[in-house]
Design a binder for this molecule. Structure first.
Ligand code: PLP
Length: 381
């Protein structure tokens, strides 16, 4: 059980606003804000290099903290600046060639699909089953040794679906294909275990369900996968003609980064671990199902989420009112939601004949009363 009063007291932004955009960019809790602000203040006094040196052990500890959240070894963790950066690093390490085949889910995220298209990789979409999740029988029938990658989105950007992961990974590995799990919308929301899921890389972002600062991301990657592009962080230039690549996932990092933001991300991950990710998952799930059932009871409102067991993203439409109008009118009434477009999930939205949806994504710090208030405001508009 999460102490609602305590987490709300830690969340300055949650009192004046009904904040339902955690799938966009969440409200960081006070310890995260303090970590970022105090480091920036220290940089202003002693300079960035000295300030970073003073926090060396906290920065090093960060690998273990993020490893606990990802269920992997600290040596498999690389810090990045976004989920997309992590995904690009992972796909680059696979060394795909034009003409190689990749299988992707119907809910594939645009940045992943675009990277593959730009590489000249041939993409096939794995159909979904009746619930909307990746169809395992269809996947099996599409796999052969020409498939080099199965890309899987754990929770899509446009709804509450949770895709199966370990069975997809096992099937993909049976033909030698690698699996990248886009956990951008699940990391910090659902328990994850890199080891037991059996994927080759997990990509995540800091600003959404972990409640970290913007411009932060993380990658968990198998030690057998190595980066192609490195700088002075990923490798040591040990003589004019030789270099040594970092042995662990740090090889994927760049030397320059925002130390304040990384400290904030580490603090955010620690905050989530202290609450317990299973408790977080169940609080989010109960808020999201309350939201869905209240919204579904309003005439003219349709909930569009796919999936059997659902995560914290509630996607809906209001008859006769564009999604942007719903978002803007709610903002004027003190509610933050966002809009998700077909340009982010073309395969899925085009198949379902959807252009845009309103996205409400409650975190554990949103009180059930606020959800009732939000639904009352939907009725009002
Ligand atoms: C499913 C999914 N994957 C990837 C991303 C990209 O994350 P980032 O903006 O941190 O690169 C998003 C962002 O909304 C997302 O929803």
């Amino acid at each position: 059980m999460i102490d609602l009063g305590a987490v709300r007291a830690d969340t300055p932004g949650c009192h004046d606003l009904i904040f339902l955009d955690n799938a966009g960019s969440s409200l960081p809790p006070a310890p995260v804000l303090a970590a970022v602000q105090s480091h920036l203040a220290r940089e202003a006094v002693v300079g960035g290099y000295r300030a970073a040196a003073e926090r060396r052990s906290s920065l090093e500890e960060g690998y273990s903290v993020l490893a606990s959240l990802l269920g992997c070894s600290p040596t498999e963790v690389a810090f990045t600046d976004s989920a997309s950066r992590s995904w690009l690093l992972a796909v680059d390490a696979l060394g795909l060639q034009p003409g190689d085949r990749a299988l992707v889910p119907e809910v594939e995220y645009h940045s992943n699909a675009l990277a593959l298209m730009n590489l000249g990789v041939s993409i096939s979409v794995v159909p979904s089953d009746a619930s909307g999740a990746m169809d395992l029988a269809a996947l099996e029938s599409m796999l052969d040794p020409s498939v080099k990658l199965v890309s899987l989105v754990h929770v899509p950007t446009n709804g509450g679906l949770i895709n199966p992961v370990s069975s997809v990974a096992a099937l993909a590995h049976s033909v030698g294909a690698s699996v990248i799990l886009d956990a951008c919308q699940s990391l910090g929301q659902l328990p994850l275990s890199f080891e037991s899921l059996g994927v080759d890389a997990i990509t995540g972002t800091g600003r959404k369900w972990i409640r970290g600062p913007r411009g932060t991301g993380v990658l968990a990657i198998r030690s057998s996968l190595r980066p192609r592009l490195v700088d002075g962080r990923g490798a040591l230039w040990d003589s004019p003609s030789t270099f040594t690549l970092e042995k662990d996932a740090k090889a994927f990092e760049l030397w320059e980064y925002s130390v304040a933001d990384r400290l904030g991300l580490i603090e955010a991950a620690r905050y989530a671990l202290n609450l317990g990710v299973s408790s977080i998952a169940s609080e989010i799930s109960s808020r999201a199902s309350l939201t869905r059932s209240l919204l579904s009871a309003i005439p003219g409102v349709a909930v569009h989420d796919l999936g059997r067991s659902l995560a914290g993203i509630v996607s809906f439409s209001v008859d006769g009112m564009p999604a942007e109008t719903v978002r803007d009118r709610l903002w004027d009434l003190g509610v933050a939601v966002s809009v998700t477009y077909d340009t982010s999930t073309q395969f899925d939205m085009t198949r379902r004949g959807l252009h845009s949806l309103v996205r409400a994504s409650p975190h554990y710090f949103v009180s059930p009363d606020q959800i009732h208030e939000f639904v009352a405001k939907i009725r009002e508009i």
